[in-house]
Design a protein around this ligand. Structure first.
Ligand code: 15L
Length: 263
């Protein structure tokens, strides 16, 4: 399958792009940065918040599917967050509609529900409860995917990613970790599941202390293989553990992230 990876030079994009190539996909990269060393497929330097630039990328050779991993991974003002996550998604979706591309896998985030108090395993049926403007933008991007799925029959898999790291780094990450290998499995499931429609899953590994339900992922074939518990003995208790464990969004829910929407 020819897969266009938006945000291909980023931390998740470089791992997932490489992993998809190893699985046999023809991966094309799209990023504002140049290709990373060792990447030898097609690469487009363009800003995916720019609809015209994205249209040109598709005109150069439409993919079979899009994996959208682009965007600033932290908090910004509301307009910055919307541009980074919603406008970029819109630009890719419009190009997909114009070129009859029917599949997108999207890097949403746990911060779409980050102000949900920690309780039992959280499913995907809960209402949005963002913890930041970043989270608000992820909720909105998910809504946009739902709209394009309903209007145009696009299959759109929104992965609410937890903590993507080579290994867990804090007590919270023993619950929220997504390993590199599992990120590739997750995206592969999103690309290949038969007719998922609009589907939301939690992007974490098979963590013994998981806060989020893995069933929505398993329903489309995402079977994680790693468990953060294997690293538990190496993780000392941290001063912020209790505060970070009150709501599922952890550090993003703390007052230091409070700011006016318009900067
Ligand atoms: C995310 O969605 C963020 O992009 C990343 O910076 C982390 O905060 C991560 O979630 C997490 O919750 O650990």
């Amino acid at each position: 399958m020819r897969v266009l990876v938006a945000g291909a030079a980023g931390s998740i994009g470089s791992v997932v792009g490489t992993g998809l190539r190893e699985l046999g996909h023809d991966v094309a990269g799209l990023d504002v940065r140049p290709a990373f060393a060792g990447f030898d497929g097609d690469w487009f330097v363009a800003d995916c918040t720019d609809g015209t630039a994205v249209r040109r990328v598709f005109e150069a050779g439409a993919p079979d599917a899009v994996v959208h991993l682009a965007g600033y991974p932290g908090e910004g003002s509301l307009p910055e967050s919307f541009t980074s996550h919603v406008v970029s998604t819109a630009a890719l979706l419009d190009a997909m509609v114009a070129h009859e591309v029917r599949r997108i896998v999207y890097a949403s985030s746990n911060h779409a529900v980050g102000l949900t108090p920690r309780q039992e395993l959280l499913g995907t049926e809960v209402r949005p409860r963002p913890d930041t403007f970043y989270g608000v933008a992820k909720v909105s991007a998910e809504a946009l995917l739902q709209l394009y799925a309903d209007r145009y029959g696009i299959d759109a898999v929104a992965c609410r990613i937890g903590s993507f790291q080579p290994r867990p780094l804090s007590t919270r990450m023993l619950s929220t970790w997504l390993s590199h290998a599992d990120a590739v499995h997750m995206v592969q499931a999103g690309l290949t599941a038969p007719s998922p429609g609009f589907h939301v899953l939690y992007g974490i590994s098979a963590n013994t202390r998981a806060w989020w339900d893995l069933e929505p992922g398993r329903a489309i074939g995402y079977e994680p293989g790693d468990d953060a518990e294997d690293y538990a003995a190496d993780i000392p208790a941290g001063a912020d553990d209790e505060a970070e464990g009150a709501f599922v969004g952890g550090p993003f829910t703390l007052p230091e992230h409070h700011r006016p929407a318009l900067g």
